[in-house]
Structure formats: structure tokens, C-alpha cells
Design a protein around this ligand. Structure first.
Ligand code: ADP
Length: 448
């Protein structure tokens, strides 16, 4: 087992990893930009290294700065968290070339899944059902137009290198195709340096269902059921739950096995999430994330398993602490993402926290790096915390969420908390009747 690991991240996820490491008796190294010198992850780690100025490019994304921090402190492994370098195959390659262990999959697996066309092709061949669409990339507008006619509108044009909801455009009719095609390509080029796009049938009422997988790197893989992340704004998740309110035990067992077998086949190592759109009882693969997800705590809550601990175990060459048959769902869990944003427009709202009070009590978990007097810097993602509740069933979890949101105090800035309180007044949430487009429509009448 490792004696010391470095966490190449910041905010709540850096704390999350420090917590798991500490319980395992592993020392931790935090890295931080000059803007984060007072951040909670720096205070909580055993050691810390300043790796550069506020700009992520020169700090949290700087390969040499992070590798030097490992060498200075003698950290044997790097946990990347999510975002930043967590899905950067070149980084993983360089880390391993320096004799440092990357806590995650191999560079090759990250590369395959990071390119959505290659990922889809790979999953298709492994027997995972995919969204109908183009076979590979679509190079010209005329090819795109004839595919649109053939498949029937609406279709979605997606940048193969896209992520975080960027590089995707919907064409509802043939007239929309030119602008959608050109915009998706331009976004792919400017955000990800790759203008290759592909086309998929645009599903009009799906839910977003994702399967949590763990591979041991020795040809075995298990699944930890699904999360329903259908409540999205601009293709970004805001509210996630497990198990999915509409998924039956039979469906779970079936799609879970398909996913676990696929990843066992490619000898996958560590945590991964296979994302699907789910409509009329069918699953359609959209992409795979080769890292820990923001919403992983809902899975942890219903299975009682620490996923970061398992990541560290597998990376150090040890066995997973559980097998498929050991896993049983207990109750229902919900996570809401608390962002430093002003409603109703979701404008980023950094600044000083004058008072912070975290809710508590049975079945309440808060993952956040906030503290009284903390100044949220303007340079990074606006996620400042996650509230996770667990109950014996969905109604209990919803009641607990409402209660916990009522206790939470974040003074000094605006947050997305009022959005969740308003959502909890809507019967569709209580009935679990929503799809990936529901929140966008609901927000049209939301005044904050
Ligand atoms: P990203 O990598 O940017 O997260 P994804 O491929 O995971 O992109 O898609 C993100 C979200 O976009 C999905 O959860 C869904 O809401 C929407 N989406 C993606 N593909 C389709 C599709 N074929 N039909 C309808 N919605 C889609």
C-alpha cells in the first residue's frame, strides 16, 4: 500500500480524497495555486506545495509543477479527482514514466474513451447498446444533411472530443443542419482542439442513467447499479439520485452485467461510469467517464462503500474489498450540487463567505471545502459543495433533503440552494416524473 499520495485537485473533491487516505493511514500532499493558499484542502492535508499562479493552465493543469511536487514530497501516487487532469491520457503517461502511480485507469483506456467516436465504436463491439447514428465521423455538411434525411430529424451533432456539455448542437430540421454542424465543429476546435464531429438521433424524452463500474485490472469488473442524473441545465447535472426511480431490478441486473462484462473484457482498472440515455425501456450508450464522478456519493450511500478507498486499493495492486454478490442496495440517496451562482441566471458569484453552517443529523452528508471567512476565488468552477441525503426510501430522502436545505446557511454570496427548495415544491420531482429536458422547461418560468 502507498505511504503517501498527492491530490492533483482542489475544493471538495480534494478533501474527499484526503478523508479516504487518512482512514487508510496514507499521508497526503495537497497542491495549490497562489489563489488557494488559504483553501481548506491545503489546511487538511499533511503537506502542501504551491504549484503556481491562479490560472489553472499554470497550476492545476501544469504537468511539470505537479510532477515536481511529487518528487519534492516523495508522494508515490497521484489522485486526480475529477476535472483538471483526471482524463488526460498524456498526463497519465508522463506520470507513469516518472515512476509515479496514477490512481485511475491506464493512459490507453483514457485515450479510447476520451474520443467519443472511438468510445462508441469500442462499446458497440463489446455488446453495449448505443444511440443510433453515424458510423464514425462526419466530415462534410452534405454528408451530414443526407444522414439527417436518412435518420429523420431531430438529430444531435457532437464533437468527438467534447465534454462538460460543450460541442453539442441539436438540428430539429434540415434547415438547422448547417448552423448546428458548423457550430459543433467550431466548438470542438476552439474548446478541445479537434473539429471532428459525429451525428446521433436526438432522443426527445430520455432519462440520463449511468452505471458505476469498478475494474480490478486483472480481468474482473463489478457494477454498483445506476444513478439517475436527468435533472440537467445546459447538459450539466444539478440533482442526482440512486437508485433510478424508474429502473427495475431486472433492468439493473441486465445493464449492469453488460457494462461490467464489457470493462472486464478490456481489462479496465479502477472506477468508471458508463453513461446511457434511457427511453421506453431501452438503454443507449452515450459516453464513458474514466474517473470518479461528482455524483459518486449517492452510490456510496446506498451501498455503504467508500469508492475512493477502492480506487486507492486497486491502484496499489490490492483486491477490491467486495464482490458483485456482496452488493445490496439499501434505501435511496439524492445529491444536489451547490454552486456559487446567482439565480435565476446562474451567474457565477464568487466572494467572501461571512457565515457557513452545515446541516447534520441522520442520513445527511455534506462534501464542501467552505468555512467561515473563506473567500471563493473567481478562477475556478462554481461548485462549492454537495449535499447528499440518504433515506430508507425515496419519499424519506426527499423529506430529508428539504429539512437539510433548510438548515444549511451560506451567507455572503448567492448559491443555487433556493432552486432546490423550489424544485421540492413541484410534484413532478416527488413522482420522479422527469426527463433530461424537464428542468430546462421548468426554468423558463422560474424567477429565482
Ligand atoms: P458531455 O461529454 O458533454 O457530458 P454527453 O455525451 O455525456 O456529453 O451528453 C451530455 C448530455 O447531453 C446528456 O446527459 C443528455 O442530456 C444530452 N444528450 C447527449 N446525447 C443526446 C442524444 N443523442 N439525444 C438527446 N440528448 C442527448
Amino acid at each position: 500500500m502507498f505511504k503517501k499520495i498527492l491530490i492533483a485537485n482542489r475544493g471538495e473533491i480534494a478533501l474527499r480524497v484526503i478523508r479516504a487516505a487518512r482512514e487508510m493511514g496514507i499521508a497526503t500532499v495537497a497542491v495549490h495555486s497562489t489563489a488557494d493558499a488559504d483553501a481548506m484542502h491545503v489546511r487538511m492535508a499533511d503537506e502542501s506545495v504551491c504549484i503556481g499562479p491562479p490560472s489553472s493552465m499554470q497550476s492545476y493543469l501544469s504537468f511539470p509543477a505537479i510532477i515536481a511536487a511529487c518528487e519534492i514530497t516523495g508522494a508515490e501516487a497521484i489522485h486526480p479527482g475529477y476535472g483538471f487532469l483526471s482524463e488526460n491520457a498524456n498526463f497519465v503517461q508522463i506520470v507513469e514514466d516518472h515512476g509515479i502511480k496514477f490512481i485511475g485507469p491506464t493512459a490507453q483506456h483514457i485515450r479510447i474513451m476520451g474520443d467519443k467516436i472511438t468510445a462508441k465504436d469500442t462499446m458497440n463491439k463489446l455488446g453495449v447498446p448505443c444511440v443510433p447514428g453515424s458510423e464514425g465521423g462526419v466530415a462534410t455538411l452534405s454528408e451530414a444533411k443526407s444522414l439527417g434525411e436518412e435518420m429523420g430529424y431531430p438529430v444531435i451533432i457532437k464533437a468527438t472530443a467534447g465534454g462538460g456539455g460543450r460541442g453539442m448542437k441539436v438540428a430539429n430540421t434540415a434547415e438547422d443542419m448547417e448552423s448546428a454542424f458548423m457550430t459543433a465543429r467550431a466548438e470542438g476546435k476552439s474548446n478541445f482542439g479537434n473539429d471532428e464531429v459525429y451525428i446521433e438521433k436526438y432522443l426527445t424524452t430520455p432519462r440520463h442513467i449511468e452505471i458505476q463500474i469498478f475494474g480490478d485490472g486483472k480481468g474482473r469488473a463489478v457494477h454498483l447499479g445506476e444513478r439517475d442524473c436527468s435533472l440537467q441545465r445546459r447538459h450539466q447535472k444539478v440533482f442526482e439520485e440512486a437508485p433510478g426511480p424508474t429502473i427495475t431490478e431486472k433492468e439493473r441486473a441486465h445493464i449492469g452485467k453488460v457494462c461490467a462484462d464489457a470493462l472486464a473484457d478490456i481489462n479496465y482498472t479502477g472506477a468508471g461510469t458508463i453513461e446511457f440515455l434511457y427511453e421506453k425501456g431501452e438503454f443507449y450508450f452515450i459516453e464513458m467517464n474514466t474517473r470518479l464522478q461528482v455524483e459518486h456519493p449517492v452510490t456510496e450511500a446506498i451501498f455503504g462503500i467508500d469508492l475512493v478507498r477502492e480506487q486507492i486499493l486497486v491502484a496499489s495492486g490490492e483486491e477490491l474489498s467486495f464482490q458483485q454478490d456482496d452488493l445490496h442496495i439499501n434505501g435511496h440517496a439524492i445529491e444536489v450540487r451547490i454552486n456559487a451562482e446567482k439565480l435565476p441566471d446562474f451567474t457565477p458569484c464568487p466572494g467572501r463567505i461571512t457565515h457557513f453552517h452545515a446541516p447534520g443529523g441522520l442520513g445527511v452528508r455534506i462534501d464542501s471545502a467552505l468555512y467561515d471567512g473563506y473567500v471563493i476565488p473567481p478562477y475556478y468552477d462554481s461548485l462549492i459543495g454537495k449535499l447528499i441525503v440518504h433515506g430508507r426510501d425515496r419519499p424519506e430522502a426527499l423529506a430529508r433533503l428539504d429539512r437539510a436545505l433548510g438548515e444549511l446557511i451560506v451567507d455572503g454570496i448567492d448559491t443555487t440552494v433556493p432552486l432546490f427548495r423550489a424544485l421540492l415544491e413541484d410534484q413532478s420531482i416527488h413522482k420522479g416524473e422527469y426527463n433530461i429536458h424537464w428542468l430546462e422547461n421548468w426554468l423558463e418560468n422560474y424567477e429565482g
